[in-house]
Ligand binder design. Structure first.
Ligand code: NDP
Length: 236
C-alpha cells in the first residue's frame, strides 16, 4: 500500500459513505465520491454520477484516476431501500433496488479491477447490511441485493486474491442516518430492543472498520463478512 492512496467511495455525500470519506481524508488519502448531488465533505473530489448508469460509473472512475491516479481502494457504499411487503412489491420496487444496490456494485467492481490487477494491489469493500443474511420484513428486494454482495466479494476473492487484491463485505446493523430516520418510530424502537448493544450506531463506527479492512494490516482478510451491528446478527 502506498502512503497517499487513491480512494473512490460511492455515496460519499451522506450517512455512512460520508463518514468513510472523512476518515480517509483524515488519514491523508486522496478521496473521490461518486454520488448524484456532489454535496461532499471538504477535501473530497466530487465525481458526480449515478451507479445505475455504466457510462456514468466509468466516467467517474476516469475523473478520479485523472486527479488522483488509479483507484487503489474502492468502497461500494451507495444504496437505497424501497420497502414493501412482498405481496404488494412491484417489479419496479424490486428492480430499482437491485439496480442500485447490486448491479451498481457490479458496475463499480468491474471498472475498478483491471487497474488494480495492473498495480498488483487493491482493496475492495462492499457495504452490505445485517438484513442481507438476517432478513427483514418488507425487504425482500433489499435483503436479496445485500446478500448477493457476499457472492460478489467471494467470487472476486477467488478470481483476484492472488494478485494483492482483497474484497470484503461489511454488514452494518442499524446506523443513525437518513435511511434509518425514515423508519416509523415504533419500528425503530422494536429494532433497538432486539439489538444486544441496546442502541443504534453512529456512521463513524462503520467507517473505522472500513478503514481497517482497507489498511495494509488487513492484507490477509478476504471474502469475509464483517458485522458492525451491536450483536444483532449473531450467528447469521
Ligand atoms: P443514506 O440514504 O444516508 O445515503 C445513501 C448514499 O448513497 C448517499 O450518499 C447517496 O448520494 C448515495 N446514492 C444513492 N443512490 C445512488 C445512486 N443511484 N448513484 C450514486 N449514489 C447514490 O444511506 P446510509 O448512509 O444509511 O447507507 C449507506 C449504505 O449502508 C447503503 O448501502 C445502505 O444500504 C447500507 N446500510 C445502511 C444501514 C443503516 O442503518 N443506515 C444499515 C445497513 C446497511 P446522493 O443522494 O447524493 O446521490
Amino acid at each position: 500500500m502506498t502512503a497517499q492512496r487513491s480512494v473512490l467511495i460511492t455515496g460519499g455525500s451522506r450517512g455512512i459513505g460520508r463518514a468513510i470519506a472523512e476518515r480517509f481524508v483524515a488519514a491523508g488519502d486522496k478521496v473521490a465520491s461518486l454520488d448524484r448531488t456532489g454535496n461532499v465533505p471538504e477535501g473530497v473530489l466530487s465525481v458526480r454520477g449515478d451507479v445505475t448508469d455504466t457510462a456514468s460509473v466509468d466516467a467517474a472512475f476516469a475523473a478520479a484516476e485523472a486527479a488522483h491516479g488509479p483507484v487503489e481502494v474502492l468502497v461500494a457504499n451507495a444504496g437505497m431501500t424501497r420497502d414493501q411487503l412482498l405481496i404488494r412489491m412491484t417489479d419496479e420496487d424490486f428492480d430499482q433496488v437491485i439496480d442500485v444496490n447490486l448491479t451498481g456494485v457490479f458496475r463499480c467492481v468491474r471498472r475498478a479491477t483491471t487497474p488494480m490487477l495492473r498495480m498488483k494491489r487493491g482493496r475492495i469493500v462492499l457495504i452490505s447490511s445485517v438484513v442481507g443474511l438476517y432478513g427483514g420484513q418488507g425487504q425482500v428486494n433489499y435483503a436479496a441485493s445485500k446478500a448477493a454482495l457476499v457472492g460478489i466479494a467471494r467470487s472476486l476473492t477467488r478470481e483476484v486474491g492472488s494478485r494483492g487484491i482483497t474484497a470484503n463485505v461489511v454488514a452494518p446493523g442499524f446506523i443513525n442516518t437518513d435511511m434509518t430516520a425514515a423508519l416509523p418510530e415504533e419500528r425503530q424502537a422494536a429494532y433497538r430492543a432486539a439489538i444486544p448493544a441496546g442502541r443504534f450506531a453512529e456512521p463513524d463506527e462503520v467507517a473505522s472498520v472500513v478503514e481497517f479492512l482497507a489498511s495494509a494490516g488487513a492484507g490477509y482478510i478476504s471474502g469475509a463478512v464483517v458485522p458492525v451491528d451491536g450483536g444483532l446478527g449473531m450467528g447469521h
